[in-house]
Design a protein around this ligand. Structure first.
Ligand SMILES: NC(=O)C1=CN([C@@H]2O[C@H](COP(=O)(O)OP(=O)(O)OC[C@H]3O[C@@H](n4cnc5c(N)ncnc54)[C@H](OP(=O)(O)O)[C@@H]3O)[C@@H](O)[C@H]2O)C=CC1
Ligand SMILES: Nc1nc2c(ncn2[C@@H]2O[C@H](COP(=O)(O)O)[C@@H](O)[C@H]2O)c(=O)[nH]1
Ligand SMILES: [K+]
Length: 512
């Protein structure tokens, strides 16, 4: 939808006097009514992110830091990033870390309900500023430390005695000694500690002055309560955590459409999820509609997300059945083979464009789910009208995803990812079924079971990736002359490019 101001001049023929009146008109026109195409050239075919670009507009936004990235869909995110409900991607460390920076993670439907409830409680007990430390005792070994270090990006184990920090061990301290060496022998004991509740900027300054990369955070009794790095302190001044009404970090969870949907939904709502996702491959099916009605009948006090669909009819039916937010995307996912197996799906930019227009018309929202590989894709999804953007596989290759870090023959670090409709996921999901049922369900594989998602040595943490996405997005908004995401969607001007046009935009690490 666009708002056009029409000025009407009325002239009295008898007196020759004229008067002007202006009125605002809301303009709707399918299919691309909600975004402007460059020179009004609307292509006759569907597009994905790589097919399109944005041109800059005259801008009055003086700084990229003036852009407000808060979303408007009731999800409570202060940056438009949602971590996909994939077993290889969204666990409790991911949920904590992303919510602290303003996003939200969706715990997958394949995790047992009582475990999800524990994760929710755990995330809600996390601090809004400092990170959860990795702790070991002085008699634990270098081997123990090396196993735990890749779990968190701060790259340090705090050695604790009676709850108080007595040393810090980093990966460098573990080099050149055997794995059974006790931590007391390698830890650094020159500790700077920071008091709980310290202002992040002051924490940054103290760390800088003391030439420390990080410091344990302690309470009034000197007991360890967290860890803060210089980068963490800086980020705490730039991001706003996504919090619930009680000021606790937000977290979401997903359910499927099979089994006792109402029971599962009630369990998760009682466990305190801030948002419930009802998720299946083919979201525009009657089983989904009845699942949604069952969830709506519980009168949930949190937004209900449902998907996936790629057409306006899909949006309409899911909204009618009770969805507040509709998840858009069939086949763009990095782990997804649906389009190759079935020929079904839709290029994601056009899918988001059409579905977002329909959701807006109904006073609802969409999330763009899948196919995000660069920060530009996030910007384009939002320009197309998405309220939030869901990212899976890209985040699998980070310290915070649940998998273990492996090294390839060249020593490069990676984690394994897999699709939620892959044989691997289906095997896990159907573990309690009869062998016959399992064999039957295994036939319908629509995802890959193993993919190597490399950790970027420059950006190994999900927070590093968020930094680059948010930097790209802030910049995109100022290029468009937008102070917030709504203005960004209204002002974005989209052009269509050839593959050569896309390739031209890539950096060139060596000469041609
Ligand atoms: N966004 C995407 O492109 C896709 C996403 N996924 C993800 O994989 C996960 C698992 O989803 P899903 O496979 O739906 O498993 P679910 O466990 O959610 O079951 C899907 C249900 O829908 C029925 N169904 C009917 N038609 C279809 C269809 N075309 N594809 C799949 N199920 C169908 C199935 O019955 P029956 O088995 O008897 O046919 C089953 O009862 C979800 O997280 C989903 O997001 C999966 C594929 C595509
Ligand atoms: N067709 C399939 N789609 C899948 C599968 N597992 C996940 N997904 C979808 O992908 C997105 C995430 O996309 P990504 O590009 O960021 O990885 C996720 O939210 C699902 O909608 C699958 O096995 N098959
Ligand atoms: K794909």
């Amino acid at each position: 939808m666009r708002i056009a101001t029409v000025v009407v001049t009325i002239r009295d023929r008898r007196t020759g006097r004229s008067a002007a009146a202006s009125l605002d008109m809301r303009i709707f026109a399918y299919p691309f009514d909600n975004v402007r195409f460059l020179n009004n050239q609307v292509p006759p075919y569907d597009l994905t992110y790589s097919d399109v670009f944005m041109v800059p507009n005259r801008s009055a936004v003086g700084s990229r830091l003036d852009v407000d990235l808060t979303t408007r869909d009731g999800s409570g995110t202060t940056i438009p990033i949602v971590v996909a409900n994939m077993t290889a991607v969204a666990g409790r460390r991911m949920a904590e870390t992303v919510a602290r920076r303003g996003g939200i993670a969706v715990i997958p439907q394949d995790i047992p309900l009582d475990v999800v409830a524990d994760v929710v409680q755990w995330v809600k007990s996390r601090h809004l500023v400092h990170d959860t430390p990795i702790t070991l005792g002085p008699t634990d070994t270098v081997g123990d430390a090396l196993n735990l270090l890749p779990k968190r990006a701060h790259n340090a184990v705090i050695v604790v005695e009676a709850g108080r920090p007595i040393g810090v061990v980093t990966e460098a301290d573990c080099q050149g000694v055997d794995r059974f060496t006790q931590l007391a022998q390698v830890m650094s004991t020159e500790l700077l500690t920071l008091p709980d509740g310290i202002d992040p900027q002051e924490a940054f300054d103290r760390l800088h002055e003391g030439r420390h990369r990080l410091a344990p955070v302690v309470d009034g009794d000197g007991r360890l309560v967290g860890i803060l790095t210089r980068t963490g302190a800086l980020r705490a001044t730039l991001y706003q955590p996504a919090v619930d009404a009680a000021g606790k970090l937000r977290v979401a969870a997903a359910i499927g459409i099979n089994g006792d949907v109402a029971h599962k939904a009630k369990y998760l709502l009682d466990a305190g999820v801030d948002l419930l996702v009802v998720d299946t491959a083919h979201g525009h099916q009657e089983k989904m509609i009845s699942a949604l009605r069952a969830v709506r009948a519980l009168d949930p006090q949190v937004p209900i997300v449902a998907g996936n669909v790629v057409t306006r009819e899909g949006v309409r039916d899911l909204v009618e059945a009770g969805a507040d937010i509709v998840k858009v995307g069939v086949g763009p996912g990095a782990m997804c083979t649906t389009r190759m197996m079935t020929g079904v799906g839709r290029p994601q930019f056009s899918a988001v464009l059409e579905c977002a227009a329909e959701a807006r018309r109904l006073g609802k929202h969409v999330w763009a789910d899948g196919g995000i590989r660069h920060p530009r894709d996030v910007a384009l999804a939002l320009a197309a009208g998405a309220a939030n953007v869901m990212i899976g596989s890209w985040f699998a290759g980070t310290y915070e995803s649940p998998g273990d870090v492996h090294r390839d023959a060249d020593g490069r670090q990676y984690k394994e990812s897999f699709g939620m409709a892959s044989a691997r996921a289906v095997q896990l999901r159907t573990a309690k079924d009869t062998p016959f049922e399992r064999a039957r369900k295994a036939l319908f594989e629509e995802g890959i079971s193993t993919a190597r998602m490399y950790l970027d040595p420059e950006r190994p943490s999900v927070e590093d990736l968020i930094d680059s996405i948010v930097a790209g997005l802030r910049s995109a908004c100022t290029y468009a002359g937008a102070r917030n995401l709504e203005e960004f969607h209204e002002r974005a001007v989209i052009g269509v490019q050839s593959l050569a046009g896309f390739t031209e935009g890539m950096p060139l690490p060596t000469s041609w």
